[in-house]
Design a binder for this molecule. Structure first.
Ligand code: FES
Length: 162
């Protein structure tokens, strides 16, 4: 029998807080970001979280899902739900501002201290030519600078985000 709803626990508060439970309808091809967005739009508009591109490029939607850091816009619920339950928390290695939104300042400070260098190699850089213009300083490339990204995973502060 097809599951019709998910039981979702979402962190509410700041550095201290508690998980609150929500029931969210199951949808085909539903991402974890879709679940968070459903809660914010239909159940509790005070829920805070962050996203931008929704296509797995910016990294702003990273959260901890069932204990593992993930880019929620490209994490399908079917991949991570354990018996119809999801636990969604902020990233554990950054200060929590509110709910699922973390303070990115430490992240950008490290990126700035790296002189905006991007360690990702391209065919042209391996051949000796530089191609910096092909790698604009977006948050995703920042993550790769700060954390030695190797798609589909990004490492930040000892944590791997997938
Ligand atoms: S919203 Fe940009 S990577 Fe998820």
């Amino acid at each position: 029998m097809r599951q019709t709803s998910l039981s979702v626990s979402i962190w509410r508060g700041g550095q201290t807080g508690t998980f609150e439970n929500y029931s969210v309808p199951c949808r085909d091809n539903q991402t974890v970001l879709d679940v968070v967005t459903y809660v914010q739009r239909h159940i509790d508009p005070t829920l805070s979280y962050r996203f931008a591109c929704r296509v797995g490029m910016c990294g702003s939607c990273a959260m901890t899902v069932n204990g593992r850091p993930r880019w929620t816009c490209r994490t399908h619920v079917s991949r991570v739900n354990h018996g119809g339950t999801l636990e969604i928390a902020p990233l554990s290695n950054l200060p929590v501002i509110k709910d699922l939104a973390t303070d990115m300042k430490p992240f950008f400070e490290k990126w700035q201290s790296s002189n905006h260098r991007n360690p990702v190699t391209t065919r042209s850089s391996r051949s000796g030519r530089t191609n910096q213009s092909a790698l604009p300083p977006t948050p995703a490339s920042s993550a790769s600078i700060v954390a030695s990204a190797t798609p589909p995973a990004i490492r930040y502060g000892g944590t791997t985000i997938i």
